[in-house]
Write a protein that binds this ligand. Structure first.
Ligand code: PEP
Ligand code: MG
Length: 878
């Protein structure tokens, strides 16, 4: 097996396509070497070594050491230096390099190969003994810390004491003699701490450093980073051993980092920092203030220190040429590390540069328009989820902040306001012109008015599909749900978290994109939807096959979604229309009615209101299809629950509180989500669905007359599990249509129960369309409550039982199978059957890709996800 891959001197054994084996850094060093760029020669120990190491009780393959020795000879040949040679010593760096970048998570050792003898060789070669000693003391510190486990503070303390004794302020005041003394003290400190000498044998040093880098793959930091960034432990890291070049050899030496374009704005100009007479760690450590790369940047910043363009003009020109070469070769913005050793440029790393969402759009558009990449490639360069950052006001990334609590990122966007604890108060204060943040243990339909009034919502309980999360996403209101650490005390009107108490009226900032809540007001920035954003959206629309619809019911949401490019409504949840205060009263009257007559009387009051709701939607959507779902949730959700609420409601609708209480008890179910809801209500109380159908048809006629455009009504029946249910209810809807003299309409059903998916062949006899309700379908397929599972799903994810929360991204294996079965069986019965998805997954890029693959006609998602779905659908089609 080849465990070692050489690079340098204009060629390499690896290349950029071998990232899995060589890690990102190793693969790109090889590629740069082959391009003829100045790369210090070296070799890469593959990620297979790492895998072998952990699979075999931290042992290496037998034939690895031979290969390492050959790798060293390769470096020696190209540099003309020898590892461990006191007269002409080769020094190397040893760095980690995984497949995905894990900045700062793993270990690095520089200046390896120095010992008491070679340091004198380096002194002679460089003609600068002070430099040689400075390198040696850095090596002892780094190696002792990283490899031997003696904390670097030990050495920093010794150095500080020495400087104090001498009356020095800066390291630069240290003379060679001073370093001699300090190095001796460093070595005794290591010996004192470990009972053994600092290793003098370079081969032993190298072995120790390689052990340390492979070992660092399993350090706590790296494990946490991998978990947060979805990087599998099985990938392993590679180790790069490379000839040292020195940026700290005087005023014609330097070290720096650069981006070929501005990573925060995407502007097509070089961006970077460098330090004269320094090693890489100095830039990162932030001890000295780095200088700018270009003259323009220096002038803009009003910097005194010269830019690299001015200080080292020849090397700068060479560096700029390298930027052009690398961008042309990789066809993407690059993030580069370099060192200048006595006027000679060396490239230490290149990789695709991380960038903000705004920069990603600009770079993709600029490169496509310049013909560097195709429009398709440009579309693939933008992460759909990152668009979220552009659609809402966001926190200024540089603004100071004070974190108070963390929960789930339930609905993106940022908002500032005063904390309130009841929906009534949220409404009252907001009417009085206050901006409020509604903080609740959890929300229920009774909180809708407060949620509407609030700038943002925070709940202590509930997951990504909890009531608060779904409703907030629909409204485009930022929401943090399930902030489990906060303790809300409604009586005292305050919440406490981690020893702090926040009272009603105090200002907090909520960032729904990250799930964070901050104390006080954090500075914000506004969204920008024209320009590059509009271009990318246009290209995406040309590339995608899937239609994009929205889940919306209020005129505001419908308009927002249409502005974001929605091509129809995929789900109008009619129950949300009853949450408004006045209708809630009629609705409660209907629920409380003793018999059919009573219900009909109440329904006749609701009818005109519903009709106007639908008319408002039809007016906005014009000739775009509108899928309107008939009533879905269990009735008891609309009833008051606390004694005080029951009292108020009883008074306002004029029934005795006792009667109301009895009815509420009557309606209570042990498993309401599996209970009397969805089409089961339609079966028991057909008059409810009949009223809704009538409202739809009458609204349609009215709007057609008014505007000359016939609205396209698609009536959807929820929670169907058998063909018979749909057959009966469709019959009733058709009868109303006949009675009203309805115009254009079709009837379809949601597929949100496993039985419905399996019996799709029969059900399709009575449906013109299916819409997959993957929230309920996930809930019922797994037997997991969508409202409570958030509490323990993280355990399932962390133990690798589930890769992701199935309520956030579709479980393609299980729930996906049911979708595929239903698609096949449904289309077999009716070829023209229209298929869509309207669960929360409709706005999740990976799930959208799945929907494309199984051949759905459209996805439907909350308004603010529409642009994300447009781009994800385009990427799926490319
Ligand atoms: C679903 O179940 O996926 C769905 C869209 O309906 P709701 O979320 O309203 O239950
Ligand atoms: Mg549902």
């Amino acid at each position: 097996t080849q465990w070692v891959y050489n690079f340098g001197g204009g060629s390499a054994e690896g290349n950029t396509s071998m990232k899995n084996l060589l890690g990102g850094k190793g693969a790109n060093l090889a590629e740069m070497a082959s391009l003829g760029l100045p790369v210090p020669p070296g070799f890469t120990l593959t990620t297979d070594v790492c895998t072998y190491y952990y699979d075999n009780g931290e042992q290496y393959p037998d034939d690895m050491n031979d290969q390492i020795e050959k790798g060293l000879s390769h470096i020696e040949e190209l540099t003309g230096k020898k590892f461990g040679d006191p007269a002409n010593p080769l020094l190397v760096s040893v760095r980690s390099g995984a497949r995905a970048s894990m900045p700062g998570m793993m270990d690095t050792v520089l200046n390896l190969g120095l010992n008491d003898e070679t340091v004198e060789g380096l002194a002679k070669l460089s003609g600068d003994r002070r430099f040689a000693l400075d390198s040696y003391r850095r090596f002892i510190t780094m190696y002792s810390d990283v490899v031997m486990g003696v904390h670097h503070h030990t050495y920093e303390d010794i150095l500080e004491r020495h400087k104090d004794d001498q009356g020095y302020m800066l390291d630069t005041e240290m003379t060679a003699d001073d370093w001699d003394v300090v190095i001796k003290d460093f070595k005794s400190a290591t010996k004192r701490a470990l009972g053994r000498d600092f290793p003098q044998d370079p081969m032993e040093q190298l072995q120790g450093a390689v052990d340390a880098v492979f070992g660092s793959w399993m350090n706590e930091r790296a494990i946490v980073y991998r978990r947060l960034n979805d990087i599998p432990a099985a990938w392993g890291t590679a180790v790069n051993v490379q000839a040292m070049v020195f940026g700290n050899m005087g005023d014609t030496s330097a070290t720096g980092v650069a981006f070929t374009r501005d990573p925060s704005t995407g502007d097509n100009r070089y961006y970077g920092e460098f330090l004269i007479n320094a090693q890489g760690e100095d830039v990162v450590a932030g001890i000295r203030t780095p200088q700018t790369l270009t003259k323009v940047a220096r002038e803009e910043m009003g910097d005194d220190a010269p830019s690299m363009e001015e200080a080292l003009p020849e090397v700068y020109t060479q560096l700029a040429e390298t930027f052009v070469t690398l961008e042309a070769h990789y066809r993407d913005m690059q993030d580069i590390e370099f060192t200048v050793e006595e006027g000679k440029l060396w490239m230490l790393q290149t990789r695709t540069g991380k960038r903000t969402a705004r920069a990603a759009l600009k770079i993709a558009v600029d490169m496509a328009e310049a013909g560097q990449i195709s429009q398709e490639e440009a579309l693939l360069r933008v992460d759909p989820m990152s668009l979220d950052q552009l659609l809402h006001p966001t926190l200024n990334p540089d603004a100071p902040r004070d974190l108070v609590a963390m929960g789930l990122p339930a609905s993106p966007g940022a908002a500032i306001g005063e904390v309130v604890f009841t929906s009534d108060e949220a409404e009252t204060l907001s009417k009085a012109g206050h901006k409020v943040i509604l903080v609740r243990v959890e929300t229920s339909p009774e909180d809708i008015h407060g949620m509407h009034a609030a700038e943002a919502i925070v709940t202590a309980r509930g997951g990504m599909t909890s009531h608060a999360a779904v409703v907030a996403r629909g409204m485009g209101t930022p929401c943090v749900s399930g902030a489990g650490d906060i303790r809300i005390d409604y009586d005292a009107q305050q919440f406490s978290v981690a020893g702090r108490t926040i009272k009603k009226g105090e200002i907090v900032t909520v960032d729904g994109a990250t799930g964070q809540v901050f104390f006080g007001a954090v500075e914000m920035q506004q969204p920008e939807l024209s320009g590059d954003f509009a271009k990318v959206m246009k290209w995406a629309d040309a590339a995608r096959r899937l239609g994009i619809r929205t889940n919306a019911e209020t005129p505001l949401d419908v308009q927002t979604a249409k502005d974001f490019g929605a091509e129809g409504i995929g789900l109008c949840r009619t129950e949300h229309m009853f949450f408004e205060a006045d209708r809630l009263g009629y609705f409660r009257e209907m629920i409380l009615a003793e018999d059919k007559e009573g219900r009909e009387a109440a329904l006749s009051k609701i009818l005109p209101v519903q009709r106007e709701d639908f008319a408002a939607i039809f007016r906005i959507m014009g000739d775009l299809p509108c899928t309107i779902r008939l009533l879905d949730p269990p009735l008891h959700e609309f009833l008051p629950h606390t004694e005080a609420d029951i009292e108020t409601v009883a008074q306002s609708i004029g029934v005795p509180a006792k009667e109301l209480m009895a009815r509420a008890t009557d309606l209570a179910e042990s498993n309401p989500m599996l209970g009397h809801r969805g089409c089961r209500l339609g079966i028991s109380y057909p008059e409810i669905y009949e009223m809704q159908a009538r409202a739809i048809f009458e609204a349609q006629k009215a709007v057609a007359e008014e505007t000359g455009v016939t609205p396209v009504a698609e009536i959807m029946v929820p929670l169907v599990s058998s063909a018979k249910e749909l057959e009966i209810l469709k019959g009733k809807i058709d009868a109303i249509a006949k009675d009203v003299g309805a115009l254009d309409y079709i009837v379809g059903t949601m597929i949100e129960l496993p039985r419905a998916a399996l019996r799709a062949g029969d059900i399709a006899e009575h449906a013109e369309f299916f819409s997959f309700g993957t929230n309920d379908l996930t809930q019922t397929t797994f037997g997991l409550s969508r409202d409570d599972a958030g509490r323990f799903l993280p355990d399932y994810v962390s133990q690798g039982i589930m890769e992701k929360d199935p309520f956030m991204t579709l479980d393609q294996d299980g729930v996906g199978d049911l979708i595929q079965i239903a698609t096949e069986r449904g289309r077999k019965t009716k070829e023209s059957l229209k298929l869509g998805i309207c669960g929360e997954h409709g706005g999740d890029p990976a799930s959208v890709e799945f929907c494309h693959r199984v051949g759905l006609n459209y996805v439907s998602c909350s308004p603010y996800r529409v642009p994300i779905a447009r781009l994800a659908a385009a990427q799926a089609a490319i």
